[in-house]
Design a protein around this ligand. Structure first.
Ligand code: NAD
Length: 502
C-alpha cells in the first residue's frame, strides 16, 4: 500500500475528509504527495475568531469541573485513536513509530492532567491589614487563545494549550504548521467527537469553542493582530517569535512564546559513561535532531574526552537511518530539502571555523531528505555552534574547568534545555543553582530532551520565556483578580490614610 493510500485510510478512520484545494501535503518519508487540500481564507479566520469570542462568553460561565469533563472525553477519544493518529503523525512529519505514538500519549497525559486541574484552579487567601477584612485572589478565563504550532510536534503542542485553555474557560483557535495539516485535521476531528459526546450527554458547549485554520503564516498573523485574541501561544522558530512577540505586545495582548533551543550536556569526570552514552545518543539523534530540546552542544571533560568520544562515534556510525516506519530504524528524514540544505551549510560553516566533521552525509535514493547524523569536534564555541540548526548535528567541545564550562554553557542566546552527567553532588547542585544553567529546563543524569507533561515546559532568552503544560503553567491562560471584602461596619483605609468627609 502506498503511503498516500494508507493516509487516506487513516483519515477516514479518524473521521476526516479533507476538502480539495491548493495547499499541498506530502510525506517527508518518500516525498510522495498526500493530496492538496483547502486553505482557510482571511475572512474565515476572522469569522473563527469572532465565533470563538462569542463562545468564550458562554463557556466562561460553565463550572470548571464540567469543562474538565469535555477534556476527559477528548482524552478518551485520543486513547481510542492513539494508533491511527500516531501513525498519521509518523507519516506526515517522518517520526519513528514509537515517537508518533509517544506524541499522542503526551496528548492523553495532558488531558488527564487538565481534568484534575479543573478542580484545582486555586487562588490564595491573604491576610488583610484592616480589621474585619479579607483578601483573596480569584482566577478567571481570559478569552480567545490563539495557538500557532510548529511542524515537529504537530499535534501535542496544540493539546498542551487546548486542554489547559478549555478547563480554564477559554475558547481556542488553532493555526497548525502548514507542513502538518492532515495531523491537525485529525486531532481536531477527535475534539469535535468529544464535543458531540459532551452535547449528547446534555451539556452545553457553544459553537466556535474550538476551531482550526488550515494554511500559511498569514492565518497566524490574523491571530497575532486580532484584539479579540487575548493570548497568542506561539511555538516555532526564534525568527517567528521575534515577529509575533512585539506585535502582540503593541496591542497589550499576552503572548506565550516557545521558540528555538541550543541544548547542552556537560559530561564530568565522575559521570557514568554507559548511562551518558544512552542519554546523549537519544537526545542528539532522536527525532532526527528535530526537537526543540535536541542536544546540540556536548561539553566533555578533558579526562574522559578520549575514552568517551570513540564510543559515541561508534554509536553514531551504527545507528540506522531510513524509513522511520521500519523496525530498527532510529533516524527518519528531515522535514524537507530546505532542512538538509541548512544542515549541509552548518557543517560547512563548522569546518570553516576549525571543526572536524564525522558523519553527516546525505543519504540519497529514498525519496526524502535523509542524512547520517553528524558529530563535529569543535575547538571552541564559535560559528554555527551558537545557532540552532534543526538537524542531527552534535557539536563536541573539550573543557577543563567546571566554572568555565558553566560560563560557556550560558554564553549562547537560547535558553531552553540543559543537562549534566555527573556523580558528584557538588557539581550537580551547582549546575541546578543560581550560578548554574540559565535554561528553563535543567536535568541531572538524563539528557535535555524528552520532557514529561507534569512540569512547566519552556525556556529563557531567545527561547521566548513562555511556560506551558504542567505545574502552574495554567496561570498564563487566566487573569488574576485580587479581591478585598469588608465584613465590618466601618471603612478603615489602607496604610492608615484618613479621608473624613464629615
Ligand atoms: P516556524 O517558525 O517556521 O513555524 C512555526 C509556526 O509559525 C507555523 O505554524 C508558521 O506558519 C507560523 N508562523 C511563521 N511566521 C509567522 C508569523 N510571522 N506570524 C504568525 N505565524 C507565523 O517553525 P517550524 O520550522 O515549524 O518549527 C521548528 C522551530 O520550532 C524550531 O526552531 C524549534 O526549536 C521550534 N520549536 C520550539 C518548541 C518549544 O516548545 N520551545 C517546540 C517545538 C518547536
Amino acid at each position: 500500500m502506498s503511503l498516500n493510500t494508507e493516509v487516506q485510510t487513516l483519515l477516514a478512520q479518524l473521521g476526516v475528509t479533507p476538502e480539495a484545494g491548493p495547499l499541498p501535503t506530502r510525506t517527508p518519508i518518500s516525498g510522495e504527495s498526500l493530496g492538496s487540500i483547502a486553505e482557510h481564507t482571511a475572512a474565515e479566520a476572522e469569522a473563527a475568531i469572532q465565533s470563538a469570542h462569542r463562545a468564550f462568553r458562554d463557556w466562561r460561565n460553565v463550572p470548571a469541573p464540567l469543562r474538565g469533563e469535555l477534556v476527559r472525553l477528548l482524552g478518551e477519544e485520543l486513547r481510542a485513536n492513539k494508533a491511527a493518529l500516531g501513525r498519521l503523525v509518523s507519516i506526515e512529519v517522518g517520526k519513528v513509530v514509537s515517537e508518533g505514538l509517544g506524541e499522542v500519549q503526551e496528548m492523553i497525559d495532558i488531558c488527564d492532567f487538565a481534568v484534575g486541574l479543573s478542580r484545582q484552579l486555586y487562588g490564595y487567601t491573604i491576610a488583610s491589614e484592616r480589621p474585619s477584612h479579607r483578601m483573596m485572589e480569584t482566577w478567571h478565563p481570559i478569552g480567545v487563545i490563539g495557538v500557532i504550532s510548529a511542524f515537529n510536534f504537530p499535534v501535542a503542542v496544540w493539546s498542551w494549550n487546548t486542554a489547559l485553555a478549555l478547563v480554564c474557560g477559554n475558547a481556542v483557535v488553532w493555526k497548525p504548521s502548514e507542513k502538518a495539516s492532515l495531523s491537525a485535521l485529525a486531532a481536531h476531528a477527535l475534539l469535535e467527537r468529544a464535543l458531540k459526546r459532551f452535547a449528547d450527554a446534555g451539556h452545553h458547549a457553544p459553537d466556535g469553542l474550538s476551531s482550526l485554520l488550515i494554511g500559511g503564516r498569514a492565518l497566524g498573523e490574523a491571530l497575532v493582530d486580532s484584539p479579540k485574541v487575548a493570548l497568542v501561544s506561539a511555538t516555532g522558530s526564534t525568527r517567528m517569535g521575534r515577529e509575533v512577540g512585539p506585535k502582540v505586545a503593541a496591542r497589550f495582548g499576552r503572548s506565550l512564546l516557545e521558540l528555538g533551543g541550543n541544548n547542552t550536556a556537560i559530561v564530568t569526570p565522575s559521570a557514568d559513561l554507559d548511562l551518558t552514552l544512552r542519554g546523549v545518543a537519544f537526545a542528539a539523534m532522536g527525532t532526527a535532531g528535530q526537537r526543540c530540546t535536541t542536544l546540540r552542544r556536548l561539553f566533555l571533560h578533558d579526562s574522559i574526552y578520549d575514552a568517551f568520544l570513540p564510543r559515541l562515534k561508534s554509536a553514531y556510525s551504527s545507528v540506522k537511518v531510513g524509513n522511520p516506519l521500519e523496525t530498527g530504524v532510529l533516524i527518519g528524514p528531515l522535514i524537507d530539502d530546505g532542512a538538509l540544505v541548512g544542515m549541509e551549510k552548518a557543517l560547512d560553516d563548522a569546518r570553516a571555523a576549525g571543526g572536524t566533521v564525522h558523519g553527516g552525509a546525505a543519504v540519497t535514493g529514498l525519496g526524502g531528505a535523509y542524512a547520517h547524523p553528524a558529530l563535529v569536534e569543535m575547538p571552541a564555541q564559535v560559528g554555527p555552534v551558537v545557532h540552532e540548526t534543526f538537524a542531527p548535528i552534535l557539536y563536541v567541545m573539550r573543557y577543563k574547568d567546571f566554572d568555565d564550562v558553566l560560563e560557556k554553557h550560558n554564553e549562547v542566546p537560547q535558553g531552553l534545555s540543559s543537562s549534566i552527567f555527573t556523580n558528584d553532588l557538588r557539581e550537580a547542585e551547582a549546575f541546578l543553582s543560581a550560578r548554574g544553567s540559565d535554561c528553563g529546563i535543567a536535568n541531572v543524569n538524563i539528557g535535555p530532551s524528552g520532557a514529561e507533561i507534569g512540569g512547566a515546559f519552556g525556556g529563557e532568552k531567545e527561547t521566548g520565556g513562555g511556560r506551558e503544560s504542567g505545574s502552574d503553567a495554567w496561570k498564563a491562560y487566566m487573569r488574576r483578580a485580587t479581591n478585598t471584602i469588608n465584613y465590618g461596619t466601618t471603612l478603615p483605609l489602607a496604610q492608615g490614610v484618613s479621608f473624613d468627609i464629615g
